[in-house]
Design a protein around this ligand. Structure first.
Ligand SMILES: [Zn+2]
Length: 362
């Protein structure tokens, strides 16, 4: 079945009738993380709420005032998960959480564009993709991807976004000869009868069940975040599209502002200042170690010079290092003095070290 959301991704409100409602305890899966759920599964005659599929997460929204927390595809049906039941035969107004849906449209259409440019211009084929809560990635069928390739690809994608190229949805039968030019990447196994193709005019045609923007200009921009080795023979390229680019840019600005406040200098000096701080910290730590070692030797000499030699000593030094304890124990090992020493880890306040040393009694 072709759902209303697949015919037109921009419908934000739609009326339909409840045709089935039954209790469920199936899990909710949100960006790959499952959580327990108890409620109802509702099927409607048609829906504008996209059921998860083809790499795109599900929509959320409302049926009248009843919240929809997940939509999944079961065979030909889109199943809406709600906490309250709705009576079969009821006409409901569906409303969509548009902010979330439009974000998914930007990431998904951005992925089509990115994969198309990498394949058409760099001969790098996408084998998988993932839309995450914060960033997305495509998996390329190669381990030979240079930073220059990514730089050129990002530039090319943003050029095409500025050219405001139309994106359209086509429907055809599985045996339609025009399908020869389309890729099968990302096609769900249960899409067999009516085939849906997403066309970026003059750039790409791709079989897909997801919801897409109608023009590349709606992507605003694409930013590639970097790449890392993936599964055997693969490379994962991380990316952001549209509002996510602005969101991440804002949080980077906030972090930079906080660092400027702490380091009391302009952002271009941050790296240099942190390097200086790290160097100074290393020297300070080394000096502290030396002072503590000297202090340990001083403690040993003081105990040894006491007459008579004490039967036991108790040392509680918060900042004592393993080297401090070693000097104490080594220095008193032949004196017959019972040593009980404890210290605290500087970075883990509730953890520490206790050392007990004494003569073995037979
Ligand atoms: Zn797709």
């Amino acid at each position: 079945m072709v759902f209303k959301c697949q015919e037109d991704s921009y419908i934000k409100e739609f009326c339909s009738t409840v045709i089935n409602c039954e209790p469920t305890n199936e899990s909710i899966i949100e960006y790959g993380k499952a959580s327990k759920f108890e409620g109802y599964q509702i099927i409607l005659e048609n829906t504008i709420l996209f059921p998860a599929g083809g790499g795109q997460p599900h929509d959320i929204g409302w049926l009248n005032n009843t919240e929809v927390v997940q939509v999944i595809r079961k065979g030909e049906d889109a199943v809406h998960f709600t906490r309250e039941p709705l009576e079969v035969g009821t006409n409901v107004t569906q409303r969509i959480n548009w902010e979330r849906r439009f974000d998914h449209m930007q990431q998904h259409s951005g992925q089509h564009l990115l994969s198309a440019i990498l394949e058409n211009e760099q001969n790098l084929v996408t084998t998988s993709w993932w839309l995450g809560a914060y960033e997305s990635y495509i998996e390329l069928d190669s381990t030979n991807v240079s930073p220059m390739v990514l730089e050129n690809t990002e530039k090319r994608c943003n050029e095409l976004i500025r050219e405001a190229i139309p994106v359209c949805v086509k429907f055809c039968k599985a045996d339609d000869p025009s399908l020869d030019v389309a890729h099968t990447r990302g096609l769900p196994k249960d899409c067999t009868e009516i085939i849906r193709t997403i066309c970026i005019k003059g750039v790409d045609e791709n079989l897909c069940c997801g919801t897409h923007v109608s023009n590349l200009s709606q992507l605003q921009s694409i930013k590639l975040l970097g790449m890392e080795a993936g599964k055997k023979g693969k490379t994962n390229v991380r990316f952001l599209v549209g509002n996510r680019v602005l969101g991440v840019f804002q949080s980077m600005l906030d972090r930079e502002k906080a660092l400027t406040g702490l380091l009391k200098n302009e952002p271009s000096k941050h790296e240099e200042l942190v390097q200086k701080l790290q160097k100074n910290l290393k020297i300070t730590n080394k000096n502290l170690q030396n002072v503590l070692s000297e202090l340990a030797q001083f403690e040993v000499d003081k105990i040894k010079s006491t007459n008579p030699t004490p039967m036991y000593v108790f040392i509680n030094k918060k900042e004592a290092t393993p080297e401090f304890n070693r000097i104490i124990c080594k220095g008193l090992e032949k004196e017959g003095t019972f040593v009980f020493s404890c210290s605290e880890e500087t970075d883990r306040p509730k953890e520490g070290q206790i050392i007990v040393q004494g003569l073995q009694i037979y």
